[in-house]
Design a protein around this ligand. Structure first.
Ligand code: ZN
Length: 301
């Protein structure tokens, strides 16, 4: 199961009514931008978040793989496009992206983000949505749509029960969230299995070899990696939880030779406390280089 975010303005109502999403195949110059090309990846069972005028207003469960179909809005006006049939579940309370952008922003990919740095939606149609971002959106949507009934009120009013019944999509959200979590956990497990032997079962920086303290750290994070990159044993290194946290949050990075770079955010006088020093290096593999480079450019601050 994969997640996507579709940006629908004027077309939302019509597409919801027809239970579809539809895009052109090519622009006037014959080019296909990534947000139309991506339509072809969508498969039955995937989930789509529907964004309209600043809000995520619905989630849908995809019914059919993508197929070629003409423009459904202008009969007789023959334009080839990509179509997906999908079952819309509109939320009672929509999620205003800007209101929650502080929590959403760190989970957006560097490339092909559905949202701009100020929280506005990007121009375009279908964007990818990594599982970590999907889980965050589902949590926010659940919070907005599940009401904790006041026990006292419940005794006097039947209306509360009615409002609870209206939330029929809550089980769908819970199930989707659980599936996304399983997918991440399985991916991480597999990744750790292939990566650990490459680093001789110990922290690449300090040599800690207590399994409970070891983490398989991604250089190019999950949110930015393709399916292949997520499982590529060379996309990262084995680190103890201390060094993993520093690497994950961009306090340390490695250059092509494996030499450590330490963020200016850490005061040199405090290096000892963090178990780092400026002469540290890791015995990197040639294949690590491109990932180290990506991490240093986009994660290291
Ligand atoms: Zn360590």
């Amino acid at each position: 199961m994969n997640f996507y975010i579709v940006m629908q303005g004027r077309t939302y109502k019509e597409e919801k009514h027809s239970g579809v999403i539809w895009s052109h195949q090519a622009d006037k110059r014959g080019q296909t931008p990534h947000f139309w090309e991506r339509m072809k990846e969508v498969k039955a069972g995937d989930r789509i978040f529907h964004y309209r005028k600043g809000e995520i207003v619905a989630m849908s469960i995809v019914k059919t793989d993508c197929y070629e179909a003409q423009n459904p809005y202008k009969p007789g006006y023959e334009v080839e496009g990509y179509k997906i049939e999908t079952i819309y579940e509109e939320f009672e309370v929509a999620l205003n992206v800007k209101d929650y952008f502080l929590g959403i922003s760190p989970l957006l990919p560097v490339k092909y983000s559905a949202f701009q740095e100020n929280g506005d939606g990007n121009q375009g149609y279908l964007y990818p949505c990594n599982e970590i971002l999907a889980i965050k959106l589902l949590e926010l949507i659940s919070d907005l749509n599940i009401y904790e009934e006041d026990q006292e009120q419940l005794e006097f009013s039947i209306e509360n029960i009615v409002s609870k019944e209206r939330n029929r999509f809550i089980p769908i959200i819970a199930e989707t969230e659980a599936e996304a979590k399983v997918k991440i956990r399985k991916g991480q497990q597999k990744y750790k299995e292939v990566l650990t032997p490459l680093w001789n079962h110990q922290c690449a920086l300090c040599g800690i070899d207590l399994p409970a303290m070891l983490r398989a750290s991604h250089s190019k994070p999950w949110k930015d990696s393709t399916r292949e990159e997520r499982l590529d044993a060379y996309n990262g290194l084995l680190l103890c939880c201390n060094h993993d946290a520093l690497y994950d949050k961009g306090y340390i990075a490695f250059d092509g030779s494996g030499k450590i770079h330490i963020s200016e955010r850490i005061d040199e006088a405090g290096y000892d406390k963090f178990g780092i020093h400026s002469k540290m290096r890791v015995e990197r593999y040639e294949e690590n280089k491109k990932y180290f480079k990506w991490h240093k450019k986009y994660v290291f601050i």
